[in-house]
Write a protein that binds this ligand. Structure first.
Ligand SMILES: NC(=O)c1ccc[n+]([C@@H]2O[C@H](COP(=O)([O-])OP(=O)(O)OC[C@H]3O[C@@H](n4cnc5c(N)ncnc54)[C@H](O)[C@@H]3O)[C@@H](O)[C@H]2O)c1
Length: 248
């Protein structure tokens, strides 16, 4: 049976670990050629090696214009086209609006929002050449509701939702779709310290009404749907994959 992404080519940023790695492996199992983009060489190479011949590792900082362009160029050079961009790379820095440093603000906005914009900027023209495509963003529940002491992160994740809607509107006629996934608390490197903190975890677990933490594969499955032609009537949408966090 043909895979759900048979013949497609995808770029996944932040694919050196966590959600991005799970998505890269799933997309490849479903038949896609996958460009694994990450600034972490070790993790990125590991992901690409776990996939094999259908993977390309590109060491890149998504907040750099030259690197974002290079991710797209190398992908098209290896696989001949581009159908899917999964903007997933992200970082978190702590601080309220008043005490977040300018450096941390720029860092978070640079990776989470500017990085997604830059990769989209260079990927969309290639998708149009391929006859259409799918842009996917990993936002967060923190893009929809506020969380204490991570002002820059919340702002960047909210911005991703509006960036996706703008792409959806501007490129619908070119068959380029754009959608957003808002994960809840997922077991990855980003949350490993938090997961050890029983006191901090208690309210987080309580709000996850489904009664368990999320796994990277929970998000990868949603990304697969948005990447595939099964979602060809879906654009500008925001999909919560949060164990029910945002129902109340
Ligand atoms: N884990 C959660 O609970 C959770 C919840 C909501 C949203 N998210 C989002 O999911 C996405 C993936 O995070 P994760 O949980 O898998 O964490 P993770 O730390 O395991 O993965 C993030 C990856 O992004 C890479 N990265 C960071 N900055 C980069 C840059 N400038 N250029 C290229 N790569 C870069 C890292 O090297 C890493 O491999 C992030 O956008 C994060 O904000 C995570």
């Amino acid at each position: 049976m043909a895979g759900r992404l048979q013949g497609k080519v995808a770029i996944i940023t932040g694919a050196g670990s966590g959600i991005g790695r799970a998505a890269a492996q799933l997309f490849a199992r479903e038949g896609a050629g996958v460009a694994v983009a990450d600034w972490d060489e070790k993790g990125g190479k590991q992901t690409a090696a776990s996939i094999g011949r259908n993977a390309l590792f590109v060491k890149a900082d998504v907040s750099s214009s030259a690197d974002a362009r290079r991710i797209v160029d190398h992908t098209v050079k290896k696989f001949g086209k581009l159908d899917i961009l999964y903007n997933n790379a992200g970082i978190v820095r702590y601080g309220t609006a008043a005490d977040c440093s300018e450096e941390d603000w720029d860092k978070v906005m640079g990776v989470n929002l500017r990085g997604a914009w830059l990769c989209s900027k260079y990927a969309i023209p290639e998708m149009m050449k391929a006859g259409g495509g799918s842009v996917i963003m990993t936002s967060s529940i923190a893009g929809q509701v506020a969380f204490g002491n991570i002002a820059a992160y919340c702002a960047s994740k909210g911005g991703l939702i509006q960036l996706a809607r703008s792409i959806a509107l501007d490129y619908a006629s070119k068959k380029v779709r754009a959608n957003v996934i808002c994960p809840g608390v997922i077991r990855t490197g980003m949350t490993q310290d938090l997961l050890k903190d029983k006191k901090a975890m208690q309210p987080l677990l309580k709000s996850t009404i489904i009664g368990r933490l999320g796994e990277p594969e929970d998000i990868a499955n949603a990304a697969l749907y948005l990447a595939s032609d099964e979602s060809s009537f879906v654009t500008g949408s925001v999909i919560a994959v949060d164990g029910g966090w945002t129902v109340q």
